[in-house]
Design a protein around this ligand. Structure first.
Ligand code: BTN
Length: 248
């Protein structure tokens, strides 16, 4: 892999509340180059989806956001961003000899454990995605995690190796740049097929939480707008947005 092919502008911060917050503020003030990265050694108020927090150990995990202007993507196709970033992360892990899957809507899993999360925040202009801040948190060298996290895992726990965080950042950027180009050239149906091949628990029954109730459903796919498609016990097909349902 040729690290020199990346020409992302990288803004390295020692400590920040959230790299997504920093990136969101930055793009309000100026139009930075597409692919600009905000990378923080320490993130003290990292955010996840559904108002969750993202905890990371200073210097031991990788927390960064990348700024893109994917104005060729319609709002209805916004989930394409989640797809290509997830594929980039699973490709990166594969290159490190770690087989990973994409747990809908935005987690990267190794077996039944979460190694990375993605938080995408877009702005819209005339029904297109004007700006996209893609925040990625990936557990790299941590050995210990906060006790209230259900099932975290780090790369080092899987492989037994210690990693250089900056080198990992460059490797991940290589895959993100590659997949971002792919969505400009490959057909989106192909992207969707590749995404489904990596989808966690595809064709398996899982337990879900909907409001304060629990239910089972077989994961059979994801719609174009990113809703999870489940087959319920009576054969009924239902779709859910990430605000309506979560894995239990
Ligand atoms: C999730 O699992 O819910 C998504 C977690 C996303 C965490 C990353 S870390 C870098 C960026 N900045 C944030 O505040 N969040 C994302």
């Amino acid at each position: 892999m040729d690290i020199a092919t990346n020409n992302n502008q990288i803004i390295k911060l020692e400590s920040i509340d959230s790299t997504n917050n920093y990136a969101n503020k930055l793009i309000k003030e100026q139009r930075v180059k597409s692919g600009t990265v905000i990378w923080a050694n320490e993130q003290y108020k990292g955010r996840g989806i559904r108002n969750n927090q993202w905890d990371s150990e200073t210097g031991k995990s990788l927390t960064f956001s990348i700024i893109l202007y994917p104005d060729f993507i319609n709002i209805d196709d916004h989930f394409l961003i989640s797809k290509f970033v997830s594929l980039a992360l699973t490709d990166f892990l594969e290159k490190e000899n770690v087989e990973a899957t994409i747990k809908w809507p935005n987690d990267i899993y190794v077996g039944d454990k979460k190694i990375a999360g993605i938080l995408i925040e877009n702005t819209i202009m005339k029904s297109k995605i004007a700006t996209s801040v893609i925040g990625i948190g990936i557990n790299i060298n941590q050995q210990k995690f906060n006790e209230n996290l259900p099932n975290p895992v780090s790369l080092t726990q899987i492989t037994g190796k210690a990693y250089d965080i900056e080198e990992i950042l460059h490797k991940i950027l290589y895959h993100i740049n590659y997949w971002y180009n792919e969505i400009k050239s490959a057909t989106w149906d192909d992207i969707f097929t590749w995404y489904l091949e990596k989808l966690y628990n595809l064709n398996y029954k899982s337990k879900f939480k909907v409001g304060d109730k629990y239910m089972y459903g077989k994961v059979i796919g994801v719609t174009k707008i990113g809703h999870l498609i489940l087959e319920i016990d009576d054969g009924k097909i239902m779709t859910f947005s990430y605000k309506e349902i979560e894995y239990a």
